[in-house]
Design a protein around this ligand. Structure first.
Ligand SMILES: *Cc1c(COP(=O)(O)O)cnc(C)c1O
Length: 614
């Protein structure tokens, strides 16, 4: 961990402990949705989501489509519910990323239905007075939505307004919600936020939505008797200057603090722009050398001052804790009490400049984000590039701006727009079938079916079979060659192109012997009209493969998006050795009786592949 001006530690082990603690209060049959909106209240949505999933979360809750899209991009697969109402222009993102919108108006339901439809959760306002169908109009509207053919009502929910401290009002909300449920009970029924889990029970629900309490913050002191929670966020900084004040000296803007005696104070490089609330002026506390110290004067944008009069050995660079669990006075829920503020606000604001370090069992397992200040052009060598791509994708992306850059444009700009010659394959499927042949008993008859979609470059292309490794590598460099194979030296005429199709158009094949290699030109007079368009390629070949080689390799030499490699045979004990570059080095491998399938949904970078050893 390098020296930071300020940083945040997120203790994922504490997070797990909090989940365990909360689960004790779940009503029977209740699963949980982890709320990760606003970057999981400033804790890092991706890492929190991952940990929550490991601990049984069946879905995630976000504030808007953008937050959901980012999680999808980072590889999160479980259902994601958008808690707030969405706008029409976000529907595209919702569909593309398989997000579940909540529906609070008939107009929005209609739009979703018209544009193709999806699963939805109905939001019912039972007293929160925020989003959702007004309780009294709910039935009428639900009736209309039920008729919309393209919408699947997968869930219905409401939201408590004061589950933490007003059981009467909560009870009224529950009763209203139950009335609606008599009329509509889809697969998921949910109303409780984390305080609702602890303070109320409703038998019809099967899902709870965990936010604040899972991060270890109490929403009300009464909860301390029922639960032991640990604040998972620690916010720290280093002293950047030490000075003394004489009687009458003032500290900070507008002279709100006046020294009444000689004192010593320290400056921290953290202010309200870092999310440390301005309202903590003259009232906040920090923990220094295990002692609580007072904030002096107003919080500035980038600095604060605190009292170190009692320390003889204070020095620049010393660590100071602004938020944490080590001392209850610097817990978020206690700090905000000094000014009547909200823990939700404090947490979700913290760390606009701070890097987060994620701890598990005392060890750093991840960090984020890569701020732009971390990039410096002169270390940007080719070699570093791959590292940066990998890390950038792995790490939580702080802002919509960076997320967008990486997710949408990065691969395209790097590999596509800057170099129009590079085209990538999508939906790549490579199926190999080995079978016995009565004539050539030393060989497997090998059928290869290749499917992918790609932009067609020309009105012809080649399938080639090289006589040796040297020629094979030449074929790899030719971008008019769509499939290559290597001839078995002991076996002439062992390569045959059975059929080649473009979007179901059967192409003409013309076989030529070029320097001992076989080149099959595939073309058709009608192919010209497909040039420049995304088309489906289907190439079927038949070859013979020597049994004695005991291994069969499939290599991917171009960038592809998504891949499926299948080997079908009667062989016993086939071992699969995947060699993948890029972020996910270990793709999913499924074994069936006589079939092995390697699947991958992500970008596959050259040179990747699979070796089947038999
Ligand atoms: C934020 C939010 C939650 C989580 O609430 P906590 O009080 O943090 O547990 C649950 N449901 C909805 C609809 C929310 O917006």
């Amino acid at each position: 961990m390098k020296f930071e001006r300020s940083w945040i530690d997120i203790n994922l082990s504490y997070f797990e402990d909090n989940l365990t603690e909360l689960k004790k209060h779940f009503a029977p049959k209740n699963n949980f949705m982890q709320i990760v909106k606003a970057d999981a209240y400033g804790h890092g949505a991706f890492q929190i989501a991952q940990k929550a999933i490991e601990n049984g979360a069946i879905s995630l809750g976000v504030a808007n489509a953008q937050e959901g899209a980012l999680l999808r991009f980072q590889g999160i697969k479980i259902p994601i519910l958008i808690l707030s109402p969405s706008f029409e222009n976000e529907i595209d993102t919702i569909f593309k990323n398989n997000l579940t919108p909540s529906v609070s108006t008939l107009e929005f339901a209609r739009l979703l239905n018209e544009k193709g439809g999806c699963k939805i959760h109905l939001n019912i306002d039972t007293g929160m007075g925020r989003s959702g169908f007004q309780y009294r109009d709910a039935k009428k509207n639900i009736t209309k939505i039920k008729k919309m053919k393209n919408l699947e009502i997968e869930g219905i929910f409401s939201h408590f307004s004061s589950a933490e401290n007003d059981s009467k009002f909560t009870e009224i909300q529950i009763e209203k919600f139950q009335k609606i449920l008599e009329f509509c009970t889809p697969k998921f029924v949910h109303i409780a936020n984390s305080s609702g889990v602890v303070n109320s029970a409703i038998s019809q629900t099967n899902l709870v939505r965990l936010g604040l309490l899972s991060f270890g913050i109490y929403a009300d002191i009464s909860q301390k008797n029922k639960l032991r929670l640990k604040q998972i966020m620690t916010f720290k900084s280093h002293i950047s200057q030490i000075k003394t004040a004489e009687i009458g000296d003032t500290i900070g803007y507008n002279q709100t603090f006046v020294a009444s005696q000689k004192m010593k104070f320290a400056i921290l490089p953290v202010g309200y722009a870092d999310g440390y609330d301005f309202m903590l002026s003259n009232s906040g506390k920090v923990l220094y050398k295990n002692t609580i110290c007072d904030i002096l004067g107003k919080i500035s944008m980038d600095m604060i001052a605190f009292d170190i009069s009692h320390f003889r050995d204070a020095k620049v660079g010393d660590e100071v804790t602004l938020l944490g669990d080590e001392n209850k006075q610097i817990r978020a829920d206690n700090l905000v009490k000094t000014f009547g503020g909200s823990s939700y606000e404090l947490l979700s604001q913290i760390g606009r400049r701070a890097k987060r370090y994620f701890f598990e069992n005392g060890k750093v397992i991840d960090s984020s984000p890569i701020l732009r200040r971390d990039f410096s052009p002169n270390i940007f060598s080719e070699n570093k590039l791959e590292n940066i791509i990998e890390t950038a994708i792995e790490q939580r992306l702080q802002s919509g701006e960076i997320a967008n850059l990486v997710s949408k444009n990065f691969l395209q700009q790097l590999f596509f727009e800057k170099d129009k010659n590079i085209h990538y394959k999508k939906k790549f499927k490579h199926k190999i079938t080995l079978s016995e042949n009565s004539k050539y008993t030393d060989f497997y008859e090998t059928k290869t079916e290749l499917h992918f979609s790609k932009k067609l470059q020309n009105n012809y292309f080649y399938v080639a079979c090289a006589k040796d490794e040297h020629d094979l590598s030449k074929y790899f460099l030719r971008n008019d060659v769509e499939y290559r194979w290597i001839l078995d030296e002991n076996f002439e005429n062992s390569f045959e192109v059975v059929s080649v199709k473009i979007d179901n158009l059967e192409l003409l094949t013309e076989t030529k012997n070029v320097d001992g290699c076989i080149e099959v030109k595939c073309s058709h007079e009608n192919l010209q009209k497909f040039v420049g368009k995304e088309v489906d390629f289907s190439i079927l070949t038949k070859t013979y493969y020597p049994k004695k080689s005991h291994q069969l390799a499939v290599f991917i030499n171009e960038m592809t998006h998504g891949i499926e490699i299948t080997l079908e045979s009667n062989l016993q004990n086939v071992e699969v050795i995947p060699i993948f570059s890029g972020k996910q080095k270990f793709p999913n491998i499924k074994k069936y009786n006589n079939k092995i399938v390697v699947t991958k949904n992500e970008w596959i970078l050259p040179t990747s592949g699979v070796i089947f050893v038999y």
